[in-house]
Every structure is written in C-alpha cells, then in structure tokens.
Design a protein around this ligand. Structure first.
Ligand code: RIB
Ligand code: CA
Length: 310
C-alpha cells in the first residue's frame, strides 16, 4: 500500500483520477484529498471533491486549500469544465463535510506523521504543494515522489504553457527546484488518452453506478474538447497520474531536466523539457513521453468493472 495525498481541482479528469485511486485495483492508501483553485474557484472544486468522495463511499478527509496562486491572480477554465467545475452528471449535494483547517497544513501534518513515505499526486495548479514546501521544507525527507499532471513540450492555455503550470508558474518553480523526485505527465502523453466515442461506449456498457458516472463525465468533457479544440473526445489528463501509480509499465519515461519559465511575455508557465540535455542541468523529472494506449484503456475498463464486484 502506497500512502498518497491527491491534490486536485475537480474537474472531470481529476474526478476520474480519484476514482482510479479509490478502486480496489489501485493498492493506494489515500491519506486525504486536498483542493486548490484551478479549473474553477476552490470552493466549487471542494464541493466536487466531496460529491465524488461521497459517491465512492470514500471515508477520507477532504481539505480545502489555496484560493489563488502565489503571485498572479487566478485564471479558471469554465469553458472546459462548466460553471460548477464538473458540469454534466448530476450528483446530490454532499452530506460529507470538508475537514476543518487548510490543505497546506493538512499536507504538512500528514507527511510529518506518516510512518511510510508519502507520494503527493497534484492534478491542478501546484499552489498547495509549493506552500507546504515553503512553510515546512523538512517534509521533503518524508515525500517519496511527486506524481503530477502538468506542462509538456507545448501548451493548451498559451502556445507555450499548459493550464496547471500556467495558473501558478511560481509554485511550479518551487516544486521542480525542490529536489523531490518528480514523475510528470504533460500534454505530450495525456493527449494520447482521449476518451473517444468508442471508449465512452465501452464505459457505458459497464453496469455499475461509478462507471455510469464516469460515462456522464466523459460525455460532457468530450463535447467541451470537441467544441474548444476540435478533438474527438476529452483527454483524461489527470488519470495518467493514478494509472502510473498502478501500472508504471504502461508509460515510457525519460529522466531529464525540466525548468519553469516565470518571466517570458509569451513563455510564462512553459515547462522547458530538456530532451537532448542541451543545458547539462541535473535531471529532476521522470517525463512521460508515451503510453500503451490499448493497455491503458483495458486497465481503465478493469478498474471501472471492479466497482461492480462485491
Ligand atoms: O491542462 C489540463 C489540466 O488542467 C487538467 O488537470 C485539468 O483538470 C485542468 O486542471
Ligand atoms: Ca485537474
């Protein structure tokens, strides 16, 4: 069992990532779910995290975090995720309550008290992670790895920058310069896991409540990506993190240096992926270039089917 904290901004693909982590197939021990301002305002992301946790009967703390990035003002993406941040499926208002306190303090406390090293799994802007490292740098010693969705060799928010990194590039710089091992799932690999109509049909055939919820998520998310980017479905970006934790062999990774741009007029938020080691800088990231797509979807299908097993 690997101790993990899921730091997220649900978010359709964040919700899918949580579902993978919570499944009996994952062998992950979720210490908590922390939320951050990202896809929409942090309050809405938190409500969505509570709704998904309740649907999963997942009895772990949900703790709200940063309301805005370290330096810049927030930018949100309702055009992709809808005004609620998780438009599409209807879930009841949660009876679960958010845990008192701030996500940053929760992360620090959980990492300090964990007897095993903790893996942090951020799938939104890196504000909470950076704040935890700034407030209590000593927690580095008990963090096994940071497995994150963000960045890439191209952008989806600007030509150079992916949304999660762009929203808080200063926070990303703190994280990538922390010296903590990083596994990075950027757009290069996440755009290889697009939930096309045939994938949605495969999910729709799985007869349990969780699979049907995921089908609804994928339908809304896919339409948003079709309307906004002309894609044939929604890339389930964040799911790459928890799929990697389950089946690392699905991914082709390269250990290289990634530096974060925080100054450029056109390049702010860029992750400078040093594929050819032209900088000679120390490798700080295991970067995912590709994934075995057929096997990814087979594992994904098995995870959803496991929710119907008694
Ligand atoms: O750019 C994709 C990322 O931004 C995903 O994490 C998605 O949920 C949004 O947060
Ligand atoms: Ca996200």
């Amino acid at each position: 069992m690997r101790n993990v904290i899921l730091d997220c901004d649900p978010g359709h693909d964040d919700a899918v990532s949580i579902i993978i982590a919570a499944s009996k197939k994952s062998d992950l021990n979720i210490l908590g779910i922390t939320t951050v301002a990202g896809n929409v305002e942090v309050e809405k992301n938190t409500q969505n995290a509570l709704k998904v946790s309740e649907l999963l009967k997942l009895e772990v703390p949900v703790v709200q975090g940063a309301e805005r990035p370290l330096v810049k003002q927030s930018e949100i993406a309702p055009e992709i995720h809808g005004d609620t941040g998780m438009d599409g499926p209807e879930l009841p208002e949660p009876t679960m309550r958010v845990k008192e306190g701030h996500a940053v303090d929760f992360i620090i406390d959980q990492v300090k008290r964990s007897k095993e090293k903790v893996t942090l799994v951020p799938t939104g802007p890196l504000t909470n992670i950076a704040m935890a490292l700034i407030k209590a740098l000593e927690i580095k010693e008990n963090i096994d790895e940071i497995v994150l969705m963000g960045g890439g060799t191209f952008g989806n928010w600007t030509p150079a920058a992916e949304f999660n990194i762009y929203v808080d590039a200063e926070a990303a710089k703190v994280v990538f310069e922390s010296g903590i091992p990083i596994a990075m799932f950027g757009l290069d690999v996440t755009h290889q896991v697009i939930a096309t109509p045939d994938i949605v049909e495969r999910v729709g055939k799985i007869d349990n409540e969780i699979a049907q919820f995921v089908k609804e998520l994928l339908i809304f998310f896919g339409q948003a990506y079709k309307d906004h980017f002309g894609f044939n479905g929604g890339p389930i970006h964040d799911a790459c993190t928890t799929m990697y934790l389950m089946k690392p062999e699905l991914f082709e990774m390269q250990h290289l240096n990634v530096s974060i741009e925080i100054k450029g007029e056109f390049s702010y938020g860029m992750t400078a992926v040093d594929k050819l080691n032209v900088t000679g800088l120390q490798a700080n990231t295991h970067f995912a270039w590709s994934v075995d797509q057929d096997e990814f979807w087979n594992v994904f299908e098995a995870v959803l089917e496991s929710y119907g097993e008694v």
